[in-house]
Write a protein that binds this ligand. Structure first.
Ligand SMILES: *Cc1c(COP(=O)(O)O)cnc(C)c1O
Length: 359
């Protein structure tokens, strides 16, 4: 078996242990004589899986009973629309912190729906990349909510602390959910496409304070209404059962390893690569230091030709997916929870070699 070091930004690496567990259970799920994909979403086998995925997420995020955990199809991108559809009433204003490409997409979607949208800060075009400083945010009094992107996956910039807001704080945590300790009660709503830190694509996790699920206008379609998912425990229609099963396994893996140990390991992994960048003028980090992402580490080399050679040579050595997003270029190492320490060590060693040869 040859597993590569997978630096892809999403879909991205899953824990090998989890893949093997899914493989063992694939054809005959716990004696059911069929795979979990073939089980009824109303049957006892799937029911236990669904419940475990919800309970694990509740435990890992230390959620009180005021919150519900939902599974919704359509990825994080559908949440860009569902958030304003459900939470932005007529005549109300929503504040959007425009920190980059993802935040900008969320903001544009809210505008489409005709609500008042205020850009409470804008660093989307800043180079080096950064997040709008919390002290500088221009928040609206009485806003319906404040939208924040915790980690800009493309820019490689991340909020290390979150603003304390009067209005409910809504966060797109697609690329850093469960990667570090947070106080979930600080948020009214958290959403994340699963394919970065939680499982395969095809499902988004939404954590919502239940009172917010009551706010949608009567004209919002059933499937686009948070309340439907809260009331039916995300089982109003057929949910993406295999994706939710994988989330159950991935969250079980986090609980087994211990979230504190995992969070510490994430910080150490990022620290090693940033040390390699800072330790050699051949490399230049793309993000301002205080906002550097621990999940998506972006950096430049002296020229685009060298960057291309870097990606190509790394790939030959089994380190794949290091090319930066097409909109910004450069190098991006995405090292989510499941990305192994050995892969980080391999990259650091390669960076030293490559700089010595080409510097
Ligand atoms: C990947 C990503 C998205 C888009 O997720 P989809 O599930 O593909 O819709 C949104 N926001 C952030 C921060 C992302 O990293």
């Amino acid at each position: 078996m040859a597993r590569i070091f997978n630096f892809n930004a999403g879909p991205s690496a899953l824990p090998l242990e989890v893949l093997e567990e899914a493989q063992r259970e694939l054809v005959d799920y716990k004696g059911a004589g069929m795979s979990i994909m073939e089980c009824s979403h109303r049957g006892k086998e799937y029911d236990a899986v669904h419940l475990e995925a919800v309970e694990n997420l509740k435990k890992l995020l230390a959620l009180t009973d005021d919150y519900a955990v939902l599974f919704i199809q359509g990825g994080a991108s559908l949440q860009f629309a569902m958030v304003p559809m459900n939470l932005l009433g007529p005549g109300q204003t929503a504040d959007y912190i425009n920190s980059g490409a993802w935040a900008d997409k969320a903001l544009k979607e809210a505008k489409l729906l005709g609500g008042q949208v205020n850009a409470a800060g804008n660093t989307a075009k800043d180079i080096p990349t950064r997040m709008p400083a919390i002290e500088s945010l221009k928040l609206t009094k009485g806003a319906a909510y404040v939208h924040i992107t915790s980690n800009e996956t493309i820019a490689g910039a991340q909020y290390k602390v979150f603003p304390k807001t009067e209005a409910p704080l809504v966060a797109d945590m697609s690329s850093d959910i469960l990667s570090r300790p947070i106080d979930a009660q600080q948020f009214g709503l958290i959403y994340a496409g699963a394919q970065k830190n939680l499982g395969p694509s095809g499902v988004a996790v939404v954590v919502i304070r239940k009172d917010l699920a009551e706010k949608a206008a009567a004209t919002v379609p059933t499937m686009l209404r948070y309340k439907t998912y809260v009331e039916e425990n995300s089982l109003y229609n057929t949910p993406p059962t295999f994706g939710i099963y994988m989330i159950a396994l991935v969250t079980r893996w986090i609980l087994r390893m211990g979230p504190e140990a995992l969070y510490r390991q994430n910080a150490e992994k990022a620290g090693k690569i940033y040390a390699a960048i800072d330790g050699n003028p051949f490399y230049r980090a793309t993000a301002v230091k205080e906002y550097r992402s621990d999940m998506n580490l972006t950096f430049r080399l002296p020229s685009e030709e060298l960057e291309e050679a870097f990606v190509k040579e790394a790939s030959k050595l089994g380190m794949k997916g290091l090319k930066g997003h097409r909109s910004v270029g450069g190098i991006r190492a995405s090292i989510y929870n499941a990305f192994p320490v050995a892969g980080v060590d391999a990259l650091v060693a390669f960076m030293k070699e490559f700089a010595k040869k080409n510097g």
